[in-house]
Design a protein around this ligand. Structure first.
Ligand SMILES: [Zn+2]
Length: 355
């Protein structure tokens, strides 16, 4: 199985936490050859680096309440050894993981779920009703990912994904709640990025775990404590009007923070919600104009992706980021590709509905 931390050494600088979180630890156990990258926040919440493609690309959030734990999202199966390391560093044990919560079942969030169920014997998986059957029977999910990435790349990145015992799966419809040692976590159905997406409200911290619904926000773009956030329109269920509605539902709680899977805690949510609304509209506008400006789909991908790149570069510059352009592009290039693919799929669907 591919274990990125065995071959990819992160420098201390890459792992350092720039401005978020009360404290951060970066420990390297030479015997185990594992690296734990953990950012601790208030209210027993931590972000554990899933070590997905690069440092601080995807987080697994840990919630600890009086010795019991819930994980929000799982990274891939290769990420779980790092989670166990982080739990041990907190003097907790695998038996104390009560819930594995999935915001949605895209594999950078859910790819490690079956490995979690194997390693955390008392855990139950909590997932949107639309995602539950794919966790019990992942055949379609795996086939879909192989269609996108190819078999070799799929196996390299995601490793093995096994069916999860139905008895251990809890379906979490809109407004459902679970209790973690008396701490209530409320599930809100938030389509827009995906129809199988929940956001999880934690009353204790007045924060949401937003998966991909509140966009992505890489810590490398932080400027003087202000984050930069942009939407993810990944195939195949991007729905702009649902995305707007879901953002409004989240903001209806007036949360102080969002924990985004990509990556960690962000504040200033009113400002970011406005930016997200604007950028979702801008994505749709780019897709629509690429369609009307063209007589065939040839070149459509290039047209959309280069327009998205210009848009995001401009926004990141206006935000105050001084990183070299090549570095910015390297950080967002795979998101641009996925956003373009998602917008193309959305355009084709809109066509089908009209036809
Ligand atoms: Zn996703």
């Amino acid at each position: 199985m591919f274990q990125p931390w065995k071959i990819r050494r992160y420098s201390i600088n890459q792992g350092r936490h720039i401005n978020s979180g009360r404290s951060g630890s970066h420990k390297q156990d030479k015997n185990k050859m594992t690296i734990s990258l953990v950012t601790d926040y208030e209210h027993g919440i931590s972000a554990i680096d899933a070590q997905f493609h690069r440092p601080r690309r995807a987080a697994i959030h840990l919630i600890v309440e009086n010795g019991k734990m819930a994980l929000v999202d799982t990274g891939t199966s290769s990420s779980i050894a790092g989670v166990i390391n982080a739990i041990e560093e907190k003097n907790l044990s695998a038996e104390d993981v009560a819930y594995i919560i999935l915001t949605h079942i895209h594999l950078d969030h859910a790819g490690g779920a079956s490995e979690c169920m194997r390693r955390f014997p008392n855990a139950r998986l909590v997932v949107h009703p639309r995602g539950a059957r794919h966790m019990a029977d992942p055949e379609k999910l795996v086939a879909g990912a192989i269609a996108v990435y190819g078999k070799a790349e799929f196996e390299r990145v995601y490793g093995e994904i096994h069916p999860i015992d139905k008895q251990r799966i809890i379906e979490a419809p809109d407004q459902s709640r679970i209790e973690l040692n008396g701490r209530t976590l409320l599930f809100i159905d938030t389509p827009g990025h995906a129809r199988h997406h929940n956001c999880i409200y934690d009353e204790q911290s007045n924060a949401f775990f937003t998966g991909d619904t509140f966009g992505v926000s890489y810590r490398e773009f932080d400027v003087n404590g202000m984050e930069f956030v942009f939407p993810t329109t990944t195939p195949i269920q991007f729905d702009p009007s649902a995305a707007h509605t879901s953002l409004d539902r989240i903001m209806g709680f007036n949360p102080k923070y969002a924990f985004v899977t990509h990556y960690g805690r962000i504040g200033h949510l009113h400002r970011h919600a406005e930016a997200m609304h604007t950028l979702i509209d801008a994505h749709v506008k780019i897709a629509r104009s690429a369609k009307t400006g063209m007589h065939s789909n040839r070149g459509r991908f290039e047209t959309i992706s280069s327009a998205l790149q210009s848009l995001l570069l401009q926004c990141i510059r206006e935000h105050g980021c001084r990183l070299p352009e090549t570095e910015i592009i390297a950080l967002i290039s795979s998101d641009i590709k996925l956003n373009t693919q998602g917008l193309e799929h959305w355009l084709d669907q809109v066509d089908q509905i009209r036809a």
